[in-house]
Design a protein around this ligand. Structure first.
Ligand SMILES: NC(=O)c1ccc[n+]([C@@H]2O[C@H](COP(=O)([O-])OP(=O)(O)OC[C@H]3O[C@@H](n4cnc5c(N)ncnc54)[C@H](OP(=O)(O)O)[C@@H]3O)[C@@H](O)[C@H]2O)c1
Length: 258
């Protein structure tokens, strides 16, 4: 089976590095007509596009728009600019995420929690509202939210982050229900993937971090990018409201205690 998104136009938030960049590249390789990457900083986006071109992506299928994930006006502008540039807005990958508040929930700084929840939880809703009203309600489309295994089960050091991802998991079900049959809404729930955001979890002891995953390795951004592209594609056209763990077996293949 070849996974294709021929002729589609996508927005990938947080497309300047990590999972977002790998997803943008995978979508282009799978036939996307245009892929718009967004993040806070244009220089990061320029660097990301240069790396994608280096990896074989045609430059004229890429476009960068600086836009904070939690800014409704920026999202509205980005959707309009995407349609203006490429003629449609068929796919939204809500990937931008942050984790400035590690630690147990009970002790966490409330300002940092607010920031985490604004970007990880309110942000995806902002972008869904803009793509729905700006394009998808009349033309259909596909949305993929990047959640986390941390949104499916508690963990010791990522309290506020995990709560935001649990909210995103439920929001995926709620929006899949509300937007069917016009728009499909799914999520991926990655385990530990080797990116800047997760360095805290693996940098000092990569083998130890890998050993908590039954497949005994950490994820690469491309592992998640391929799953996202499948959920966006025609091959996934009967899937909505799905939260797919992409996690080396953490959720589906971990044994019970003892
Ligand atoms: N890595 C993992 O182990 C893992 C596991 C589960 C889930 N995830 C999720 O995967 C997604 C991507 O993370 P990653 O691991 O690829 O991390 P990453 O390499 O650090 O990338 C994060 C991306 O989000 C952008 N970003 C951060 N804050 C933003 C904001 N306020 N507005 C707009 N863009 C913002 C960053 O761009 P700029 O700095 O240029 O703004 C960057 O492009 C996140 O939602 C994360 O929670 C990651």
């Amino acid at each position: 089976m070849e996974v294709r998104v021929d002729g589609k136009v996508a927005i990938v938030t947080g497309g300047s590095r990590g999972i977002g960049r790998a997803t943008a590249l995978e979508l282009v390789r799978s036939g996307a007509e245009g892929v718009v990457v967004t993040s806070r900083r244009m220089e990061n986006l320029e660097e990301s596009m240069a790396a994608m071109v280096e990896a074989g992506a045609p430059r004229d299928r890429l476009h960068a728009i600086p836009a904070r994930a939690d800014d409704p006006e920026a999202a509205e502008r980005a959707v309009a600019e995407t349609i203006d540039r490429f003629g449609s807005c068929d796919i939204l990958v809500n990937n931008a995420g942050t984790n400035p508040a590690p630690g147990p929930l009970v002790d966490v700084d409330l300002g940092a929690v607010e920031k985490t929840w604004a970007v990880n939880q309110l942000g995806p809703l902002i972008w869904v509202q803009r793509v729905w009203h700006g394009w998808m309600k009349d033309h259909g489309g596909v949305i993929v939210n990047v959640a986390s295994v941390g949104g499916l089960r508690p963990a010791p050091i990522l309290g506020a982050y995990n709560v935001s991802k649990a909210a995103l998991v439920f929001m995926t079900h709620q929006l899949a229900f509300e937007l069917a049959p016009t728009v499909r809404v799914n999520a991926v729930a990655p385990g530990v993937v080797k990116t800047r955001l997760s360095e805290l979890l693996w940098k000092t002891d990569e083998a130890g971090a890998a050993s908590t995953h039954p497949l005994n390795r950490l994820g690469e951004p491309e592992d998640v990018a391929r799953a996202i592209t499948y959920l966006c594609s025609e091959e996934g056209s009967w899937l909505t409201g799905v939260v797919l763990p992409v996690d080396g077996g953490v959720v589906g293949a971990s044994g019970t205690l003892g």
